[in-house]
Write a protein that binds this ligand. Structure first.
Ligand code: PA5
Length: 429
């Protein structure tokens, strides 16, 4: 964590002065006695993960992999973004074009209401072997419920009722909701979303872990990373040595000084959905009672050619939090050209990752000079382990930050407004 590029905008002493306030909230978060404590189950989830649960997920993943070219993940919001963030971060950029695919191709459904998307998905599924997981904590969310009804019909028409049963897994509440009733009636294998874990904090439960296991990634390493972050968060308690506190102090100090929009920046296209997950986590947790930092995101250098102008020169109410990844998984150097017609020989022999890093450093300086504070989170590499660390880190920071803002970070009453109107328009009984 590096806050040095925000001190020009908020004096370091003001940031450090947040320690007392943080000390009032942090124990309530860790001990699960703070506001919204009926939804604090995720706080010690990593260290309490049942190895038997991991084994069962790996076993189900193995079984379904052997009969599926495609695995459909049906869910929306917190019931889908975490899995997608990890799968895209770790996956091959062109997985669907690989000749030999060791694991099923993951497709998402029920995360929007596009008729064309779902119709075209059925066209593909007509010709492919597939299985699916339907994820909904409440078991009543309209988007995944519609997608699941359509896909269940499709699966039953394709494989028969018993065949479909072999290919469906449901992840939902222990006892409530239409999905729970349906799963029981049909006899689908089910996993439980713990009562005290809300959707956007559920990636380290089967909600995130089962799809990630299906995609062939090591869920034990994810939990290991999260456990390490949990233990760091429990054994340190100052802004100087606890990264959660460092981040929360930095972003809240900036917010209180008029920097109300936080842009999560990455320099790797496969982190796009990590940003989407982060946006949901923070937006739904903090945006309440007329308060909250507005979470947004960009992928550089792509977006330097679209949003770069605004960030450099537009309204000065923004700051950046950069996920700076040190190591690439591949090595690719820029070749030398005899004629140097494109004038790039000065880069010959250099790795693309090196150029990317220089773009990052150059951008950091330009944006700070242009009035955009910069928080830097340095990540050694993208792996299951570091993603586990990041997920837990961002979740805990979100809880603490919500407390500092004076909101309950674990409810989402505002999401009901559109549903109420939509149901009235649709004539829901
Ligand atoms: O974080 C949340 O609680 C929400 O984003 C939910 O995950 C989302 O609305 C989906 O809800 P459910 O899992 O009940 O279908």
């Amino acid at each position: 964590m590096d806050l040095s590029n925000i001190y020009k905008f908020v004096p370091k002493a003001d940031i450090m002065a947040l320690q007392d306030e943080m000390n009032r909230y942090y124990p309530g978060l860790l001990n699960k006695t703070g506001i919204g404590n009926n939804f604090l189950g995720w706080v010690d989830l990593p260290s309490k993960t049942d190895p038997e649960l991991l084994r069962r997920m790996e076993e189900d993943a193995r079984r379904l992999r052997s009969i599926s070219e495609i695995f459909v993940v049906v869910g929306i919001g917190g019931s889908y973004l975490g899995a997608r963030a990890v799968i895209e971060a770790l996956g091959h950029h062109f997985y669907d074009l690989l000749d030999k695919k060791p694991f099923p191709y993951i497709i998402y459904a029920g995360h929007q209401l596009s008729e064309d998307y779902h119709a075209e998905l059925l066209e593909i599924l007509d010709k492919k072997e597939y299985s699916l997981v339907v994820i909904s904590k409440s078991g009543t969310t309209t988007e995944p419920a519609i997608a699941f009804r359509i896909l269940k019909n499709h699966l039953e028409a394709k494989y028969g009722k018993e065949g479909a049963r072999q290919r469906i897994i449901a992840i939902t509440d222990r006892q409530k909701g239409a999905l729970k009733g349906l799963a029981d009636k049909e006899g689908y294998p089910t996993y439980v979303v713990p009562d005290d874990v809300g959707g956007r904090y559920s990636v380290l439960t089967p909600v995130g872990l089962l799809p990630i296991a299906m995609a062939g990634f090591n869920i034990r390493k994810i939990i290991e990373g999260a456990v390490e972050m949990e233990s760091l968060a429990r054994t340190t308690n100052t802004i100087a040595d606890n990264p959660v506190m460092t981040y929360v102090a930095g972003r809240n100090a900036l917010y209180r000084n008029g920097k109300i929009t936080e842009i999560l920046v990455n320099y790797l296209p496969n982190l796009f959905f990590l940003t989407e997950w982060w946006k949901q986590l923070y937006g739904e947790s903090e945006g309440k009672h007329g308060k909250g930092l507005f979470p947004s995101g960009v992928s550089f250098t792509t977006d330097l050619h679209s949003m770069g102008q605004y960030i450099q020169d537009g309204m000065r109410n923004i700051f950046e939090t950069v996920l700076s990844v040190e190591k690439s998984n591949h090595t690719l150097t820029i070749p030398k050209a005899d004629d140097d017609a494109d004038g790039l020989n000065y880069l010959a022999g250099k790795r693309i990752g090196y150029v990317n890093h220089m773009a990052e450093l150059g951008t950091l300086q330009a944006h700070v000079d242009g009035g955009v504070p910069n928080i830097r989170i340095q990540v050694p590499e993208i792996s299951e382990y570091t993603l586990g660390q990041l997920i837990y880190f961002f979740e805990l920071a979100c809880g603490l930050s919500g407390y500092m803002l004076g909101v309950n970070p674990f409810d989402q009453p505002g999401v009901e407004a559109y549903k109420k109107n939509m149901f009235a328009l649709l004539g829901k009984p």
